[in-house]
Design a protein around this ligand. Structure first.
Ligand SMILES: [Zn+2]
Length: 301
């Protein structure tokens, strides 16, 4: 057959179409493989895609999800979970009200019997975020004040709140038998944290105390899940590192205010004494932390 320019182009376009089709399948497959669960211990897993780390208990007797990310990533998480267990979520928990931990409630509500959180998480979610068609909110239907426990088949769950920290409504969730604790955004592991300030009811001082309290309650064998960080699981040393950062940030900012420095001078500081190993996940995070500390200490922004 004589290859004309026309037939050549036709052949090329068919080949290219095939390659694109294969490429799409490949992308779909890569997408699927990317959003896998990581096993920590027994039937406890983590999922990361967009936003705060999700912690999951997935066994035949119980399905528990701690934090919801966003609707799209919540869907990817549930797809991965359903490859392990096919059952309704017994409890979905929110560690605090921030969107990257609660927006996924919108997708997960249809697959969950209950959504539970500390009462201040729901209060702040209601106060700070509009609930309209553009920005629909789904709130926890179960709330607790101090602590909360549940028997979940082979597991037992214990949740508690110490006080204001990253927000006014942070709770930690302990899978007792497996000894895994999700601490939400109490820990931004080895990175500068997000501190919302007065509107979020943050408290740097109590945040440090809270981390101390968590570290004392649990053992050297405990695996901790962190909302964000260079690595999203770790041990007590990571909690102490975070505590030391919060203390250093507070002490430095207080000292600068006492020395008569202006807000601008403080937030332009090149370093926080004693803080060496913390990275910025986004540029300007250290500056933002100093601004939040100034706001919380002086109650002025
Ligand atoms: Zn947060």
């Amino acid at each position: 057959m004589k290859i004309t320019r026309k037939s050549f182009l036709k052949a090329v376009s068919i080949l290219a179409g095939g390659a694109i089709l294969q490429g799409n399948k490949l992308i779909a497959k890569l997408h699927e493989d990317n959003w896998q669960l990581t096993n920590l211990r027994n039937n406890i897993w983590t999922f990361t895609e967009q936003g705060g780390t999700i912690g999951i208990l997935a066994d035949k007797d119980a399905l528990v999800v701690v934090d919801a990310q966003f609707p799209d990533s919540a869907k990817d998480m549930l797809t991965a979970v359903n490859k392990k267990v096919e059952r309704k979520i017994d409890f979905l928990f929110n560690t605090h009200h921030h969107p990257d931990h609660t927006r996924g409630n919108l997708y997960l509500k249809d697959f969950a019997d209950n959504i539970a959180a500390h009462e201040n998480c729901v209060r702040l979610q209601k106060t700070l975020y509009g609930n309209d068609e553009k920005n629909p909110q789904v709130y926890a239907n179960i709330t607790f004040t101090k602590e909360w426990t549940a028997d979940l088949g082979n597991e037992k769950l214990y949740a508690y709140r110490y006080g204001n920290a990253h927000t006014g409504g942070d709770a930690v969730f302990h899978f007792v038998n497996s000894n895994v604790v999700h601490v939400g955004d109490l820990v931004f592991n080895r990175v500068f944290p997000w501190i919302g300030g007065l509107k979020d009811e943050s408290s740097i001082v109590t945040w440090a105390e809270y981390l101390e309290d968590v570290a004392r309650r649990f053992s050297d064998d405990t695996i901790f899940i962190f909302g964000h960080g260079l690595t999203i699981t770790g041990n007590k040393n990571d909690l102490y590192s975070m505590r030391d950062y919060m203390t250093a940030l507070n002490d430095f900012t207080k000292k600068q205010i006492k020395a008569g420095k202006s807000r601008n001078e403080i937030i332009e500081s090149k370093e926080i004494p004693g803080v060496k190993d913390r990275k910025e996940m986004r540029s300007g995070m250290m500056k933002a932390n100093l601004a939040a500390a100034y706001e919380l200490i002086t109650e002025k922004d």
